[in-house]
Design a protein. Structure first.
Length: 438
């Protein structure tokens, strides 16, 4: 099939699904496949989505988004979020100041259909609360038409902080089909089982120095940007929140000091997040020692911040930036079951103070440096997004069981250029000694 035929087939497929949805009577079930869907030929290929970095706000969300996925004819900025279980976007029915700051889905365009107008409140934590209805519209991915997908359309948003998001919607990339929020579409599942991508996986690489990056749907991505020989395997480890991508965290050190409360805990990679997050028992072992450090004049380096309930949740630099304080320790994590493809080895990755901190560019704390570690109750482990993921290339794979997906292995790779972690080396899982990379 040539490119024109493939495009026509995708367009026919999209129209067929929209027609099926017009007869749908349940918001939590996708339309059954039609005959034209089954017969439409689609050539599987890795889909490359360029990423862009927006300003960093201090509310815990990633600054990264893609503008290569449109909802019908509505161009959008969407986060590609491995820490979310649903697909959502701002709609033109939301007219608050927060919503007006973003591109919005045209709900009156041809092909758009409402599946359920029952108002549902969805909490976005410090960002505020969103009220959604469920709609569906054909997707355009990097300009090419695909089938329609159900998503949660924001019709109201009550939190002013929402306007500081650099994106106006999110594509949930959860680790399990079983944990997708009922009513929402699941993009990777749809693309794989409809033959759009060759493998159920996605990979990410972002470069903060240039503000550019890529997400690859369906494969490992372009090895020009990372070293395939440096592959680190992260086997699955689940926790209370089933849709998160978890693995075992063998150890954490702050400077040369081990942090026993974090040994053996679950470590999550969340591409929709920015900083490290976790319950008090997972983040306080890092935050507490740092909060006591003083500069050369005897002043505390950090100022604590508290939430509305009075809980200690974060630290700002009282003055200056991390490089102003030579006594700040590095943060070192040990994880993985193979390193540089060698069995029975683990990765040791070290972040400098500059790397586990960030400069706030937008919002009510703009102009300050913040520690990239924050309390968030209910996580069940230590979670991190761009603070860690900007330093490495990451890959997320699924296992296939019938018509559903479940978490497979994750992988880390050393980037070939740009920002690098302070240290990246292998150790023997048996002896703990450094092992030279092949």
């Amino acid at each position: 099939m040539n490119r024109t035929d493939a495009t026509t087939a995708k367009a026919s497929l999209a129209l067929a699904v929209v027609a099926a949805m017009l007869g749908a009577c349940r918001a939590d079930s996708a339309p059954e496949a039609t005959a034209s869907e089954e017969s439409a030929e689609i050539i599987p290929h890795i889909i490359t989505l360029p990423m862009q970095r927006g300003p960093m706000a201090d509310y815990g969300a990633t600054p990264w988004y893609t503008d290569r996925i449109a909802l019908g004819k509505s161009p959008m900025r969407l986060a590609l979020d491995s820490g979310a279980s649903f697909f959502w976007a701002t709609s033109d029915l939301c007219t608050t100041q927060a919503c007006n700051a973003h591109a919005r889905v045209d709900t009156g365009q041809p092909g758009f259909v409402w599946l359920d107008k029952t108002p549902t409140t969805r909490s976005f934590g410090p960002w505020g609360n969103m009220t959604t209805w469920t709609g569906a519209v054909p997707l355009y991915i990097d300009g090419g038409p695909w089938q329609a997908i159900p998503f949660f359309a924001s019709v109201d948003y009550s939190g002013a902080k929402f306007q500081y998001l650099t994106w106006g919607g999110g594509v949930g990339l959860p680790s399990e089909s079983a944990d997708v929020t009922p009513g929402s579409g699941f993009l990777i599942e749809m693309l794989y089982f409809k033959g759009g991508i060759p493998s159920p996986e996605f990979s990410m690489l972002t470069e903060p120095w240039t503000g550019t990056g890529f997400t690859w749907l369906g494969g490992r991505g372009d090895p020009t940007y990372f070293d395939p020989r440096s592959e680190v395997q992260l086997q699955p480890k689940k926790a209370a929140i089933g849709y998160l991508w978890g693995t075992n965290l063998y150890s954490v050190r702050l400077g040369g000091t081990p942090l026993p409360p974090l040994a053996g805990q679950t470590f999550f990679l969340d591409s929709g997040s920015s900083r490290f997050k976790g319950d008090a028992q997972y983040v306080y072992p890092i935050m507490q020692p740092l909060s006591q450090l003083r500069d050369a004049q005897g002043n505390l380096i950090f100022t604590p911040t508290y939430d509305d309930a009075g809980n200690w949740v974060g630290l700002y630099y009282t003055n200056g930036r991390p490089s102003d304080y030579p006594n700040l320790p590095d943060l070192t994590l040990t994880l993985g079951q193979t390193c540089y493809l060698m069995p029975a080895t683990s990765l040791v990755v070290t972040l400098s103070p500059e790397q586990y901190s960030y400069y706030v560019e937008e919002g009510d704390q703009a102009g300050k440096w913040a520690l990239g570690v924050h309390r968030l109750d209910g996580v069940g482990g230590l979670l991190v997004g761009s603070t860690f993921m900007d330093l490495l290339a990451t890959r997320f794979t699924y296992r296939v069981s019938g018509s559903s997906l479940s978490q497979g292995d994750m992988y880390l790779y050393r980037k070939t250029q740009g920002v690098q972690p302070k240290e990246f080396y292998c150790i023997s899982m048996e002896t703990g000694e450094m092992v030279a990379a092949p």
